[in-house]
Every structure is written in C-alpha cells, then in structure tokens.
Design a protein around this ligand. Structure first.
Ligand SMILES: CC(=O)SCCNC(=O)CCNC(=O)[C@H](O)C(C)(C)COP(=O)(O)OP(=O)(O)OC[C@H]1O[C@@H](n2cnc3c(N)ncnc32)[C@H](O)[C@@H]1OP(=O)(O)O
Length: 206
C-alpha cells in the first residue's frame, strides 16, 4: 500500500469512491484523473490529468478505477494490473462484512452494505449503497450490484453482470456473465443466457 491514492473518474461514481477513501483515512493525499478537461476539481479533490496518464503514477500511488461501466472499468483495471499497479479495495466503515468473506482488489463496498459469511467477491466489483449479499455467494469479477440489490443465500453472479437498482435474486440462483438485470426485477430462476432481463419474475427482453 502507498500513502497516495489516485482515482480514475471524477464523476458521480468516482466522487462516491473518493468519499469512501476519505472516510477510510488510509491515504495522505487523494487526486483524480478524468478525461473531461472541464472538471478541474471534484468533491474538493483536484483532477491532475487524464486517465491514460495513470501509468506515470504507478510507483508513487495506489490507483483505483472509479468508473461505473463494467467493461470500461475492467479494461482499465486489467491494463493497470499488467503494469504492476497497486490497486486497493475500498470498504466503507459503515458496511458490515461477515466472517470468511473474501474481497479482491479494485472492488468498492459502499455505505450500508451487508455481506454475510463465506461469500467471495471478485476484483473490480461495485457493491453499491445498501445492497445486501447473503451467505455463500460468489460474485465474479467486474460485477456491479446497484443500490438496494438483495441477493439471497448461495447466489452466483457471473463476470461483468450489472444488477439494476432494487433488484432481488432468490436463493440458489446462478446468473451468467455480462447480463443486465433491470431496476426492480426479481430473479427466481437461473439465467444461463447473456442478455437483458426485467420484471417480476424477470424475463429476457434483449
Ligand atoms: C448510484 C446509481 O445510480 S447506480 C445505477 C442505477 N441504475 C439502474 O439500476 C438502472 C437500471 N436500468 C434499467 O432498468 C433499464 O431500464 C434497462 C437497462 C433494463 C433497460 O434499458 P433500455 O435497454 O434502454 O430499455 P428501454 O428503456 O428501451 O426499455 C425496453 C422495454 O423494457 C421495459 N423496461 C425497461 N426497464 C424495465 C424495468 N426495470 N422493469 C420493467 N420493465 C422495464 C420498458 O418499459 C420498455 O418496454 P416497452 O418496449 O413495452 O415500452
């Protein structure tokens, strides 16, 4: 771990990420990179360059990708990993993490999240505000669980899948890779085909 943190992305999601990093109190200084030249300061934190400048900071800073889009976050994090960057995990002090929970690098766990025991969360995930993940879940890399998502016990969410705000998944359900589950959907059966699913019970629309 280094004593400076660089966050790529100074927009809405990046700001929430920075807020969590501030509350963790582990870094002496925090800065942003963002490709929008019009953003000079965000949340009172300076934007010091563009995202492709991140590699110049690898020796001095921990680097975290604060971008909500799963595919873009994956691409950036994997290119940083290849260059040997130190990528932290960010865990809000007001989240509740059970015993034998594993969380990998580049994942952010936001305020009010509850993760019950024996769950594994991969790298580069977003576990957004107030989501709950019950026991024995497997959340693969670069998944986004939006605010207020609830996963029952023994759920598996495949790589790059995005669960929309307030969606719910019943126990023992598997969702495959790169799916989108719409806001408020209820998933009661396995989703084996990549696509977009909405409604109660959820049905494929795309
Ligand atoms: C902190 C943060 O902000 S984190 C981000 C949180 N944001 C979210 O969770 C947003 C989740 N997004 C959604 O639910 C979106 O509606 C999506 C991704 C499922 C679909 O978006 P699009 O592909 O643009 O689909 P579109 O809006 O054209 O809708 C297609 C059809 O599905 C219906 N539909 C779309 N979303 C839903 C939904 N969540 N539940 C039920 N029906 C839905 C639409 O009414 C439309 O039906 P119609 O053809 O009969 O008119």
């Amino acid at each position: 771990m280094k004593n400076k943190l660089l966050i790529i992305g100074a927009n809405g999601h990046g700001k929430v990420v920075a807020d969590i990093a501030l509350k963790m109190g582990k870094w002496q200084s925090i800065a942003f990179l963002d490709d929008n030249e019009n953003i000079k300061v965000s949340l009172g934190i300076e934007v010091i360059g563009k995202s492709d400048e991140a590699f110049a900071y690898i020796d001095d800073c921990d680097i975290f990708v604060g971008i909500g889009n799963n595919a873009i976050r994956k691409k950036l994090q994997e290119s940083l990993e290849l260059k040997g960057a130190s990528i932290p995990k960010l865990i809000h002090p007001n989240s509740v993490i059970g015993e034998q929970v594993e969380v990998e690098s580049g994942t952010v766990i936001m305020a009010g999240v509850v993760i019950n025991c024996c769950t594994k969360i991969g790298k580069g995930c977003i576990i957004n505000t107030g989501a709950t993940i019950d026991h024995d879940n497997l959340i693969e890399d670069f998944v986004h669980l939006s605010p207020g998502v609830h996963l029952a016990g023994t759920v598996k969410v495949g790589k790059g899948t995005w669960l929309g705000i307030g969606s719910v998944v019943s126990n023992n359900v598997n969702i495959t890779c790169r799916c989108i589950v719409g806001a408020g959907a209820v998933v009661v059966k396995d989703i084996n085909q990549t696509g977009t699913y909405v409604g109660i019970p959820s049905k494929k629309i795309d």
